[in-house]
Design a protein around this ligand. Structure first.
Ligand SMILES: NC(=O)c1ccc[n+]([C@@H]2O[C@H](COP(=O)([O-])OP(=O)(O)OC[C@H]3O[C@@H](n4cnc5c(N)ncnc54)[C@H](O)[C@@H]3O)[C@@H](O)[C@H]2O)c1
Length: 247
């Protein structure tokens, strides 16, 4: 992955940050994107990013700007990693219009806007890779996570449909589908504060391997999917879930 130009959304935290570190260690030129400006500045410094973009991916103009400015600086975009996402832990009755719209706007619209912006230059280059962040909740259901489940189901289908559209353009598009990963998102949006021992109890009760994932364990699969080692893979939804969806 040396010298590859790699745009990563959600790079300020969790798996996006772990992915940014791993690509930087592999010699890639990382271009971090995130809404969280202080977090973005930290990761940009850590991975020696020359450019980074603070803003909201649910704004298509911002997504076009990220890709255009990356092209202005480097002349190409080799890899897009769509890691940005949000969760709301409610059922239908307690999901108001704004909450529904916000989850869809970030997880679905934002991922689509970034992918549309990036796939244009990738097609012109005749090469490119997109790695999306799906979820186990895009394939199976979960209680009190309605909008999130719906949004990740859409991510899985965007992955498949776009992969088919660009299968002969030299562009591969796949998704990682993580299970329970130890990031700020996992403990967020819960009724009561969650401790690490609560999370271990969750793992013991629900995960075949009885432990949460470290963000790096997912980032390593993203790196593999982005690399030439995955040259025959497109349109794949790759579970990284310790057997969760094998049950
Ligand atoms: N943590 C898990 O257990 C888990 C499991 C399966 C899938 N996922 C998915 O993996 C991805 C990464 O999750 P994480 O756990 O690392 O989350 P996280 O909350 O640690 O990081 C998400 C990042 O996305 C950024 N972001 C949110 N909205 C944005 C927007 N509108 N524009 C730009 N940036 C925005 C946040 O600021 C944050 O830095 C997400 O798509 C998430 O849905 C997480």
């Amino acid at each position: 992955m040396k010298d590859k130009i790699v745009l990563i959304t959600g790079a300020a935290s969790g798996m996006g940050a772990a992915t940014a570190r791993l690509f930087a260690a592999a010699g890639s030129v990382v271009v971090p994107v995130d809404l969280d400006e202080p977090g973005l500045e930290n990761i940009a410094r850590e991975v020696n990013a020359e450019i980074s973009f603070a803003g909201d991916i649910s704004d298509s103009g911002f997504c076009d700007h990220c890709v255009d400015e990356t092209l202005n600086k480097y002349g190409r975009v080799d890899v897009l990693v769509n890691a940005a996402g949000i969760i709301r832990r409610t059922d239908a009755i307690n999901t108001d219009d704004d909450e529904w719209r916000r989850v869809m706007a970030v997880n679905v619209d934002g991922l689509f806007y970034m992918s549309r912006a990036a796939v244009r230059p990738m097609k012109a280059q005749g090469a490119g890779v997109i790695v999306n962040f799906g979820s186990i909740w895009g394939s199976i259901g979960a209680e009190n996570t309605l909008a999130y489940c719906a949004s990740k189901g859409a991510v899985h289908q965007i992955t498949r449909a776009m992969a088919l559209d660009h299968a002969t353009d030299g562009i591969r598009i796949n998704a990682v589908c993580p299970g329970e990963v130890n990031t700020p998102m996992l403990a967020s949006q819960r009724e009561n504060p969650v401790t690490q021992s609560d999370l271990q109890a969750l793992a013991d009760a629900t995960i075949p391997m009885k432990r949460l994932a470290d963000p790096e364990e997912v980032a390593k699969v993203v790196l593999f999917l982005a690399s030439e080692d995955a040259s025959y893979m497109t349109g794949a939804l790759v579970p990284v879930d310790a057997g969760y969806t094998a049950q």
